[in-house]
Design a protein around this ligand. Structure first.
Ligand SMILES: [Zn+2]
Length: 129
Protein backbone atom coordinates (compact mmCIF):
# COMPACT_ATOMS: atom_id res chain seq x y z
CA UNK A 1 0.00 0.00 0.00
CA UNK A 2 1.08 3.56 -0.62
CA UNK A 3 1.37 6.20 2.05
CA UNK A 4 -1.88 8.07 2.49
CA UNK A 5 -0.27 11.22 3.93
CA UNK A 6 1.28 11.89 0.54
CA UNK A 7 -2.12 13.18 -0.52
CA UNK A 8 -1.93 16.42 1.46
CA UNK A 9 -0.71 19.38 -0.60
CA UNK A 10 2.89 20.24 0.21
CA UNK A 11 5.26 23.07 -0.39
CA UNK A 12 7.81 22.42 -3.11
CA UNK A 13 10.71 24.19 -4.77
CA UNK A 14 9.45 23.38 -8.27
CA UNK A 15 9.59 26.39 -10.56
CA UNK A 16 6.35 27.57 -12.13
CA UNK A 17 6.61 27.39 -15.95
CA UNK A 18 4.38 30.44 -16.31
CA UNK A 19 5.59 33.02 -13.80
CA UNK A 20 8.85 31.48 -12.53
CA UNK A 21 7.73 31.51 -8.89
CA UNK A 22 9.09 28.83 -6.61
CA UNK A 23 6.03 28.82 -4.38
CA UNK A 24 4.17 25.83 -5.77
CA UNK A 25 2.08 23.25 -3.95
CA UNK A 26 2.46 19.63 -4.93
CA UNK A 27 0.14 16.68 -4.49
CA UNK A 28 0.12 13.18 -5.83
CA UNK A 29 -2.70 11.87 -7.94
CA UNK A 30 -3.21 8.46 -9.47
CA UNK A 31 -4.28 8.03 -13.07
CA UNK A 32 -5.62 4.96 -14.79
CA UNK A 33 -2.95 3.63 -17.14
CA UNK A 34 -5.39 3.13 -20.01
CA UNK A 35 -8.01 5.84 -19.71
CA UNK A 36 -5.85 8.48 -17.98
CA UNK A 37 -8.68 9.26 -15.59
CA UNK A 38 -7.98 10.12 -11.96
CA UNK A 39 -8.57 7.35 -9.41
CA UNK A 40 -9.87 8.04 -5.92
CA UNK A 41 -7.34 7.44 -3.19
CA UNK A 42 -9.89 7.29 -0.38
CA UNK A 43 -12.95 5.16 0.34
CA UNK A 44 -15.53 7.92 0.22
CA UNK A 45 -17.13 6.84 -3.05
CA UNK A 46 -17.27 3.17 -2.04
CA UNK A 47 -18.86 4.16 1.28
CA UNK A 48 -21.38 6.34 -0.52
CA UNK A 49 -22.55 3.48 -2.76
CA UNK A 50 -22.57 1.11 0.19
CA UNK A 51 -24.82 3.40 2.23
CA UNK A 52 -27.00 3.98 -0.84
CA UNK A 53 -27.38 0.21 -1.28
CA UNK A 54 -28.30 -0.08 2.40
CA UNK A 55 -30.96 2.63 2.23
CA UNK A 56 -32.50 1.47 -1.06
CA UNK A 57 -32.60 -2.22 -0.16
CA UNK A 58 -34.05 -1.39 3.27
CA UNK A 59 -36.80 0.62 1.60
CA UNK A 60 -37.44 -2.10 -0.98
CA UNK A 61 -37.58 -4.98 1.48
CA UNK A 62 -39.32 -3.26 4.34
CA UNK A 63 -41.64 -0.78 2.65
CA UNK A 64 -42.19 -1.57 -1.01
CA UNK A 65 -42.23 -5.36 -0.86
CA UNK A 66 -44.63 -5.68 2.11
CA UNK A 67 -47.01 -3.20 0.50
CA UNK A 68 -47.07 -5.19 -2.76
CA UNK A 69 -47.45 -8.51 -1.02
CA UNK A 70 -49.57 -7.60 1.96
CA UNK A 71 -51.36 -10.91 2.45
CA UNK A 72 -48.45 -13.33 2.42
CA UNK A 73 -45.81 -11.14 3.91
CA UNK A 74 -45.53 -11.62 7.62
CA UNK A 75 -46.70 -15.21 7.49
CA UNK A 76 -43.42 -16.35 5.95
CA UNK A 77 -40.74 -17.61 8.30
CA UNK A 78 -38.28 -15.29 6.55
CA UNK A 79 -40.42 -12.23 7.11
CA UNK A 80 -38.66 -11.30 10.33
CA UNK A 81 -34.87 -11.46 9.91
CA UNK A 82 -34.57 -11.38 6.11
CA UNK A 83 -35.69 -7.79 5.36
CA UNK A 84 -33.68 -6.53 8.31
CA UNK A 85 -30.35 -8.23 7.66
CA UNK A 86 -30.29 -8.53 3.86
CA UNK A 87 -29.60 -4.78 3.33
CA UNK A 88 -26.59 -4.95 5.66
CA UNK A 89 -25.19 -7.99 3.86
CA UNK A 90 -25.78 -6.27 0.51
CA UNK A 91 -24.14 -3.03 1.68
CA UNK A 92 -21.14 -4.98 2.93
CA UNK A 93 -20.80 -6.85 -0.38
CA UNK A 94 -21.04 -3.56 -2.32
CA UNK A 95 -18.34 -2.01 -0.12
CA UNK A 96 -15.97 -4.97 -0.46
CA UNK A 97 -16.42 -5.22 -4.25
CA UNK A 98 -15.90 -1.48 -4.84
CA UNK A 99 -12.92 -1.28 -2.50
CA UNK A 100 -11.30 -4.33 -4.12
CA UNK A 101 -11.80 -2.78 -7.57
CA UNK A 102 -10.38 0.58 -6.43
CA UNK A 103 -7.30 -0.97 -4.79
CA UNK A 104 -6.74 -3.14 -7.85
CA UNK A 105 -6.89 -0.08 -10.14
CA UNK A 106 -4.58 1.90 -7.83
CA UNK A 107 -2.01 -0.87 -7.93
CA UNK A 108 -1.64 -0.55 -11.70
CA UNK A 109 -2.11 3.23 -11.84
CA UNK A 110 0.40 5.84 -12.91
CA UNK A 111 1.44 8.17 -10.11
CA UNK A 112 1.37 11.79 -11.20
CA UNK A 113 2.70 14.82 -9.37
CA UNK A 114 0.35 17.73 -9.76
CA UNK A 115 1.72 21.21 -9.04
CA UNK A 116 -0.21 24.38 -8.40
CA UNK A 117 1.54 27.73 -8.38
CA UNK A 118 0.64 29.85 -5.36
CA UNK A 119 1.38 33.08 -7.20
CA UNK A 120 -0.55 32.69 -10.45
CA UNK A 121 -2.58 29.51 -9.71
CA UNK A 122 -1.19 27.78 -12.79
CA UNK A 123 -1.50 23.97 -12.68
CA UNK A 124 0.79 21.44 -14.28
CA UNK A 125 1.55 17.74 -14.07
CA UNK A 126 4.79 15.85 -13.82
CA UNK A 127 4.52 12.15 -14.59
CA UNK A 128 6.64 9.73 -12.57
CA UNK A 129 8.23 6.57 -13.85
ZN1 LIG B 1 3.07 30.79 -11.44
Amino acid sequence: MREIDEQAPRQTTQECPRCGSHLALVRFTFRDRKSGRAIDTDSRESLFWSVLALVISTLLLNVLLPSLNRDEFGTSQFAGPLPVWTPFVLAFVVLVVLEARRVFRLESAIRVQTFRCRSCRYRWDLGQR
